[in-house]
Design a protein around this ligand. Structure first.
Ligand code: PLP
Length: 379
């Protein structure tokens, strides 16, 4: 949990402790509330009841072969490039996948480029390797500014860590932006022989409202690493299941072995075995994304009626409105006292905004939006 998210969450806890009947709508944590689809639950039940032995044993850190094979075939279709069984690696959520990639590629004093707004955990993730996060700004539409990216790349840049659809903005970077990023990385590789790894953290790619907005990255850039999880689309955040995928032409044993080594030293050993078995059964199932979209639309509509601007997200359950007053910390702290917990944008590297996680029933989300509007009116 990022520092500012934690701080707001703790403030809410304190108020609740002092006054247990206080009606607080907590929009601080990004904990997806939609239950897993039936396919997940029935397959779990079946696995648990089956007489087959070995569901709970140690296994190859890379994951079950049949699951890697299944994902390789599905991803080859969606990514429009060949993904091999040996270029898929099962992980402990998207977070586990990022850790494995950082541990494998990053050394002390390396630089990792991150676009703001960003997932707050990226900063400690990178600093944990004594490497330096380098922040590239986004424009008014929350799309990375390519000129800034070009300026911030140095001889120490080892990786670009991008997140689209994005937490906190919910924006899926446009094809033009992604092609622009790739173009810059290709140019540096061709002119200087400097290869920069492009890690694409995509836990929200399948909770997108319009699937045509997902840009298949791996057919654009050879050195790209796709990180996904089933935390949001299958509602399995607490079960910790995800994967890394890369191009089939790099299905080298050296890479898989480096990842196996990282999994062991990081203490994951392997992705949860039972959860891996769910993937081939439930891959094409999903939580009802329309429920998230309805909440987001209502929330934005109510805020907009009160003069608070928000760019409509492309995916997920986060909204990232412009803060209507100068000091976003003061704003969020004042809001808690009115019964709504949000997080200041600075926590995501983006002052002047605040994040609301709409992981509550529609009526609560609307109630929260009305409280925010009222709070601003009375200021
Ligand atoms: N990356 C981003 C951008 C996220 O928002 C999250 C979770 O909120 C994660 C990674 C971690 O996802 P997982 O639960 O799959 O590890």
């Amino acid at each position: 949990m990022g520092g500012d998210i934690r701080k707001m969450f703790m403030l809410g806890q304190k108020i609740k402790l002092e006054n247990p009947s206080f009606d607080l709508i907590d929009l601080s944590l990004g904990n997806p509330d939609l239950e897993p689809p039936l396919e997940v639950l029935s397959s779990l039940k079946e696995l648990l009841m089956s007489s087959e032995k070995g569901h709970h044993r140690y296994m190859d850190s890379a994951g079950l072969l049949e699951v890697r094979d299944y994902l390789a075939k599905e991803l080859s279709k969606s990514e429009k490039t060949h993904i091999a069984q040996d270029s898929v690696y099962l992980t402990v959520g998207a977070a586990g996948g990022i850790q494995i990639l950082l541990r494998t590629f990053i050394e002390e004093n390396d630089e990792v480029i991150i676009f703001a707004p960003y997932f707050p955990e990226y900063i400690p993730y990178v600093e944990n390797y004594n490497a330096k996060p380098i922040i590239v700004k986004c424009d008014k539409k929350h799309e990375p500014i390519l000129d800034d990216l070009r300026k911030k790349i140095s001889s120490k840049t080892k990786m670009v860590l991008m997140n689209s659809p994005n937490n906190p903005s919910g924006i899926a970077y446009s094809k033009k932006t992604i092609e622009g990023i790739v173009h810059i990385l290709e140019e540096i590789k061709n002119k200087k022989g400097h290869v920069i790894q492009l890690v694409s953290d995509e836990p929200y790619s399948r909770v997108i409202y319009d699937e045509s907005k997902v840009v298949p990255l791996m057919n654009l850039y050879a050195h790209s690493w796709l990180v996904r999880s089933f935390s949001k689309d299958l509602g399995l955040a607490g079960e910790r299941i995800g994967f890394i995928a890369w191009r089939g032409e790099f299905a080298f044993p050296e890479i898989i072995n480096a990842f196996r080594n990282a999994s062991r030293v990081l203490g994951f050993v392997s992705a949860p075995r039972l959860m891996q078995r769910i993937i081939p059964v439930a891959y094409n199932a999903k939580v009802d994304v329309q429920i998230y979209k309805n909440r987001v639309e209502s929330f934005i509509r109510i805020l907009s009626g009160g003069g608070i601007e928000t760019i409509m997200p492309d995916a997920g359950f986060f909204v990232f409105p412009k803060c209507p007053v100068q000091n976003e910390y003061e704003f969020c702290e004042g809001l808690v006292k009115k019964g709504v917990l949000c997080v200041p944008g600075s926590g995501f590297g983006c002052p002047g905004f605040f994040r609301a996680s709409l992981t509550q029933e529609q009526s609560r989300v609307e109630d929260a939006a009305h409280r925010i509007v009222q709070f601003v009116k009375n200021k």
